[in-house]
Design a protein around this ligand. Structure first.
Ligand code: DC
Length: 226
């Protein structure tokens, strides 16, 4: 696919690889719009349930995805004037999003919504199928990953702050299951894998600022500028 005139940075990666933080910081650095594609699936799940429907109602899920007009402001997800990100960022809404996300017609509607986010002066889009499916025409494609033990250590730090009582071993197991599900061939186009032309960034031995610097340089090498 030919590159769009508006620059796009697409980022895929494993859970807890740092892709969310890096994507947002890249958007800030370049002054671009920011798309958290997971938040879009979470938002659709939220609207389905808020409207009194079951999360397992496939027809309602498709209808909701086709009719929704999402409002994103940076990390905020605005519904009726209120930022609902603090609500939908929970495990529960992640789970609900994962229930609806495999529906093919829903993914087609979400694909259209995502492409509408290509707006001046540029876009940073993060998720699982950004480089491989939704933004195959991106100017810069990155795939963030880290050793499972390191990703679990990062998540464990957050869990300790939240006092969830989860051990490092619990989290390693959770991440292992999540990786397996995200990468499973049954997910078709939506499965997580590096695109052939993605640059793989291993963040295991890098902190956030080192990773950000590396990613900024990779984007610059691909011609993305402020
Ligand atoms: O990245 P996340 O945890 O916010 O994603 C929530 C769910 O949304 C995840 O379980 C699968 C789905 N998802 C997807 O299918 N494709 C994407 N590009 C992003 C998320």
């Amino acid at each position: 696919m030919k590159e769009t005139p508006t620059p796009i940075i697409a980022i895929d990666g494993t859970t807890s690889s740092g892709k969310g933080t890096i994507a947002y910081k890249l958007a800030e650095h370049f002054g671009f719009n920011y798309l958290n594609s997971g938040a879009l699936y979470r938002l659709i799940a939220y609207v389905i349930v808020q409207n009194g429907h079951s999360i397992n109602d496939v027809e309602k899920a498709i209808e909701t995805a086709r009719n929704i007009s999402p409002v994103f402001e940076g990390k905020k997800v605005i519904v009726e004037g209120q930022d609902i990100w603090p609500i939908i960022s929970s495990q529960e809404w992640g789970q609900n999003a994962s229930i609806i996300s495999p529906i093919p017609e829903l993914r087609i509607a979400v694909h259209e919504l995502q492409r509408k986010m290509i707006q001046h002066p540029g876009l940073v889009a993060e998720g699982r199928d950004m480089c491989t499916h939704v933004f195959t025409d991106a100017h810069a494609k990155l795939y963030l990953d880290a050793h499972i033990e390191e990703r679990a250590r990062r998540r464990h730090k957050d869990e300790l702050e939240k006092n969830t009582g989860k051990t490092l071993e619990d989290i390693i197991e959770e991440i292992r299951i999540r990786d397996e599900r995200d990468m499973h061939p049954s997910r078709g186009n939506a499965r997580l894998r590096p695109a052939e032309d993605s640059h793989i960034v291993d963040t295991s031995d890098m902190d956030i600022s080192e990773t950000l610097e590396k990613c900024i340089n990779l984007c610059r090498e691909k011609g993305v500028s402020i």
